[in-house]
Write a protein that binds this ligand. Sequence first.
Ligand code: FAQ
Length: 315
Amino acid sequence: MSVIDLEKAFQDKIDAEIKIEPKDWMPEAYRKTNLRQISQHAHSEIVGMLPEGNWISRAPSLKRKAILIAKVQDEAGHGLYLYSAAETLGTSRDQMVEDLNSGKAKYSSIFNYPTLTWADMGAVGWLVDGAAILNQVMLCRTSYGPYARAMVRICKEESFHQRQGFESLLVLSKGTQAQRDMCQDAINRWWWPSLMMFGPKDSESTNSDQSIKWKIKRKTNDELRQQFVDMIVEQVKLLGMTLPDPNLKWNEERKHYDFGEINWEEFWNVVKGNGPCNKQRLAARNKAHDEGAWVRAAALAYAEKRKNRLKTKAA
Ligand code: FAQ
């Protein structure tokens, strides 16, 4: 078959909703963009453990500490499933980790903001996991089989995370004035960065058109962002809090909320490595990698020993 025939057969398969599996023929650009997106997603889960890890030792009760530890551990698991899915596209996990640690690879802008108070744990759960879920529910139907299957389990855990974040803020919102102020302050700081998680606006999104054609993405960045705004505007009312946007207004014609302009200069600045915590996050990942060297060496030595033992037994 010629490449043109192969490409046509590939697109027909996608259009017929048949999943693409690792050993199937695929255009090089499809392999590359999946690898790019899945590895960036894996890195986001791993770096995403840092802002919340910051509060494990200072959680206000044993119950909250146990919940936070479990959540951070879940994120590590998500990173592992995603690295495994990405590895099926031909790049090793070692290489992906090296790309993250050297600053070459991207991860979500959101994790470059600091978590300043306990209320930030609720805001991250509610807004950040909330934004992540909207995007990831769509990815459960993505065309690349290993990615889609990883997302099914991840989504179940993320929706639990979001509910615990909301519940945590609900408690604060019914507390003392100081607690209510802390809750509002966290919402004010996390709102705009959460909207940025969906990526640049459609007119600036370099990958969207092709990714939608290949059904890697099923909705555009702006469609998902709008869905998020419409959902959160209703939920914030239950908290008795407000969103920091004077331009938020129901648009009867569009049947959606209008909202203010995102600070795109800030977004690109954070993506390019100049956000409030980019350097700190990379330093933490590199430190963890260096300090984990003995664990990797011990695991390799153990695997080698076991292999030799099995060989001796078989002989
Ligand atoms: N931050 O052409 P597009 C989580 C880059 S997981 C940094 O629109 P695309 C769980 C983009 O990579 C959160 N960079 O790109 C959790 C591209 O650069 P490139 C992560 C961004 O891929 C919760 C360029 O801009 N979720 O939160 C961002 O079609 C709590 C042009 O953009 C995922 O990764 C950004 N926000 O659409 C963990 C979901 N946005 O590579 C712990 C999977 C865009 O060409 C605690 N990813 N860029 O150099 C996706 O769905 C997509 O990759 C998008 C971007 C929608 C993020």
